[in-house]
Design a protein around this ligand. Structure first.
Ligand code: 8YV
Length: 327
């Protein structure tokens, strides 16, 4: 029997490709070419499965042109690059890569919070420019982290990981806002208290965003929300571009309406709003919150296991639209 055909849309670990090749006829992309939507469509015309990262858009137009496609396996926990409704309508399964990146991503959220509050990159740039000639009492004085109030918007697995780090590692008072309240057991486990969004924005010293992107969460933080925050507060976005109105944030940073921001994700990335590049009080990183080799390998292997699980054994590990399995 011939093997099912799959496309691995981006360059990936050779060992993950090797595992996939044992089960599939694999079209790989180790040159890491970025396919246009039309190129992706053409390459998927005869494929039963695709291994995607957050960069490939799977929508109704593509699905209509790819009748053989049965599964799209995302190497990411977020899946806003998938039109899940269109996939379900076409009987195409979507899978994501949750859990394996939770603690690594929470580590990075905290790293960005620390770097932002304590002005790590801003002061390093100053030193590298050769401007450090003497010590002074208020040089690069930042915002306190330990004992301060940590406000988390989006209390899924990663949000909970950040809450635990804040509460147990840094003695922070943790408040959170989420679509639904956590169980009393989970709240106790994270030492976190549920509050309304407005109360969180008004009282947090550090606001961390970890909500999934959707039309409903677009610009969760814009000019009105930034206006509610303390002038000494920091804002950290490790969620998705589009959760924050980047243009409004650049204005708030320039006018010191908030103290600083740390951003790993951007509207329209890899482009970054030009005004964010010129304000000093922002730490900018290129969407690397899950980037340790150990975690990225686990994410890649989970995406591969979803392809193997579904196309070979009929049992995916982390389905997004299980209705497709029941049909
Ligand atoms: C991915 C992410 O590395 O998992 C996610 O949702 O944002 C990152 O961990 C990125 O989306 C590439 O797939």
């Amino acid at each position: 029997m011939s093997k099912p055909k799959i496309l691995v849309a981006r360059a990936i670990f050779p060992e993950t490709l090797e595992r996939l090749s044992a089960h599939f006829e694999v079209e790989a992309n180790q040159a890491d070419t970025l396919f246009t939507p039309d190129e992706l469509k053409a390459r998927l015309a005869d494929k039963q499965g695709v291994f995607t990262t957050g960069s490939e858009r799977i929508d109704a137009g593509l699905l209509a042109a790819c009748p053989a496609l049965k599964i799209c396996a995302n190497m990411a926990v977020g899946f806003n690059n998938f039109d899940v409704e269109a996939m379900t309508a076409r009987g195409v399964l979507g899978t994501n890569a949750p859990d394996v990146l939770t603690e690594t991503t929470a580590d990075f959220g905290f790293a960005l919070l620390m770097a932002t509050a304590r002005r790590v990159t801003e002061s390093e740039h100053y030193l590298r420019r050769g401007e450090w000639t003497r010590w002074s009492y208020d040089m690069f004085a930042g915002t306190e982290v330990h004992g301060s109030t940590l406000g988390i918007i989006g209390m899924g697995r990663i949000g909970q990981g950040i809450a635990r780090r804040g509460a147990f590692g840094f003695g922070m008072d943790v408040i959170y806002h989420n679509r639904s309240r956590l169980s009393p057991e989970l709240e106790a486990d994270c030492k976190a208290r549920y509050v309304g969004k407005e109360e969180l924005l008004r009282s947090a010293d550090h606001v961390v965003l970890v909500v999934p992107y959707s039309a409903a969460s677009h610009h969760t933080i814009g000019a009105p929300e930034l206006g509610l925050m303390k002038p000494t507060a920091t804002l950290i976005n490790i969620a998705r571009g589009g959760i924050v109105d980047d243009a409004a944030l650049a204005v708030a940073l320039r006018e010191r309406r908030i103290a600083a921001a740390g951003l790993d994700v951007f509207e329209g990335e890899p482009k970054v709003h030009p005004d964010l590049l010129t304000v000093p009080n922002v730490v900018l990183t290129p969407h690397i919150a899950s980037a340790t080799l150990k975690t990225r390998l686990a994410m890649a292997n989970l995406a591969a296991d979803n392809l193997i699980g579904y196309l070979v054994h009929g049992k995916p590990l982390t389905p997004l639209n299980p209705a497709v399995l029941a049909a």
